[in-house]
Design a protein around this ligand. Structure first.
Ligand code: GUN
Ligand code: ZN
Length: 374
């Protein structure tokens, strides 16, 4: 049994690689897509569903769980794994990103970021030490440092200043969690906006501090695909080859493939779960908008080759009916299906990398998921 943080690389294909990351709650095969469970639940699913669709690790959010029900309550009730009934690995985002995207009246200072709760308007401070303490209370397997995700379009002066602060915060996070504590790993987050030299500076500074893994943040913030792929291709090789690399908040099938091609190991995104709830379903034949009238009398399964309960049991006509009637089961079946699709796509990608045919697999998927769609 490996110690948490052990990362073993398997066969690669070009820059794409396979690997295995050991956490305190089990091993994760990489490249991996992590379903998002913001509030201690992957919306509409049970942990048994997640096991069935072979989810190997899920994501939780420090920001939400701190505000409600509170990290101290979660700790008192045995930690997030026990609280939510999921015994597999959990990664928690630090809260920095959510503070910037969800809360009101933010104030950034050396000490940390002060913000208003999106729930009741109350004021709170997230400092590097505070977000580490919260994530220790939650007991996640992988914790993220506090960072500022630089808004798209920020100029060089702003980005430089923000990066310097993000690096100082990263150092304080590492000092607050030198390692050890319940085998919890700590990942650094590369920022630097769309300035390649700042990205390089960020990576070098984080490497010098030393983390268990390294993330690329500040992407998928409104830039074009070309801009994102440009930074991705440039910044990924700056991350150490022997540590897991995580592309935060990405993404659509073709973006996952671009990430893997660049050498990324981990991804998370609300896309499959959020799209499920608005009736957009992913299949290996392309996207299906289940609300369309053409499915009204369609007695065939969404994808006859999909092992998920929705595809094995119901017709497109029934899935359309549930969606149109806004029935709760619609959210659940659609989420089961989309996460099953992402899980299978990632398994196929890993196998393609092992077999040395990743480029062909990528081309196949890109033909089904053209650039003019998600
Ligand atoms: N999720 C998506 N992008 C980011 C980022 O830049 N920072 C953090 N902490 N989380 C993210
Ligand atoms: Zn299915």
């Amino acid at each position: 049994m490996n110690v948490p943080g052990t990362f073993t690389l398997g066969p690669g294909d070009g820059n794409a690689r396979t690997g295995c990351l050991t956490t305190a709650h089990g091993d994760v095969e990489t490249p991996i897509f992590m379903p998002v469970g913001t509030q201690g639940t992957v919306k509409s699913l049970c942990p048994t569903d997640l096991h069935d669709l072979k989810a190997q690790i899920i994501l939780g959010n420090t920001y939400h769980l701190y505000l409600r029900p509170g990290d101290e309550l979660v700790a008192k009730l045995g930690g997030l794994h026990r609280f939510m009934g999921w015994d597999g690995p959990i990664l928690t985002d630090s809260g920095g990103f959510q503070v910037f995207s969800l809360s009101g009246l933010r104030q950034i200072a050396e000490e940390g970021v002060t913000f208003s709760s999106h729930i009741d308007g109350s004021r709170h401070l997230f400092s590097p030490e505070k977000v580490i303490a919260i994530q220790q209370n939650l007991g996640s397997d992988i914790m993220m440092v506090l960072d500022e995700c630089v808004p798209y379009g920020a100029d060089r002066a702003y980005t430089e200043k923000s990066l310097a602060l993000t690096t100082r915060w990263a150092r304080r996070c590492r000092q607050a969690h030198p390692g050890g504590h319940r085998g919890q790993l700590l990942f650094g987050i590369v920022q630097g906006g769309f300035f390649k030299d700042l990205r390089a500076e960020s990576a070098a500074q984080l490497l010098e501090i030393g983390f268990d893994g390294y993330a690329l943040g500040g992407l998928s913030v409104g830039e074009s695909r070309e801009e994102m792929y440009d930074i991705l291709g440039d910044a990924t090789p700056l991350l150490p080859a022997d540590r897991p690399r995580y592309l935060m908040g990405v993404g659509a099938p073709r973006d996952l493939l671009a990430g893997m091609a660049a050498g990324i190991d981990m991804f998370d995104c609300v896309l499959p779960t959020r799209n499920a709830r608005n009736g957009t379903l992913f299949t290996f034949q392309g996207k299906v908008n289940i609300k369309r009238a053409e499915y009204r009398e369609d007695d065939t399964p969404l994808d006859p080759t999909c092992p998920c309960y929705a595809c094995q049991t119901f017709s497109k006509a029934y899935l359309r009916h549930l969606y149109v009637a806004r029935e709760l089961l619609s959210y659940r079946l659609n989420t089961l299906h989309n996460l099953t699709f992402f899980s299978i796509m990632m398994e196929r990608a890993r196998q393609a990398i092992r077999d040395g045919r990743f480029a062909a697999f990528r081309a196949e998927m890109e033909a089904v998921y053209p650039t003019d769609e998600e």
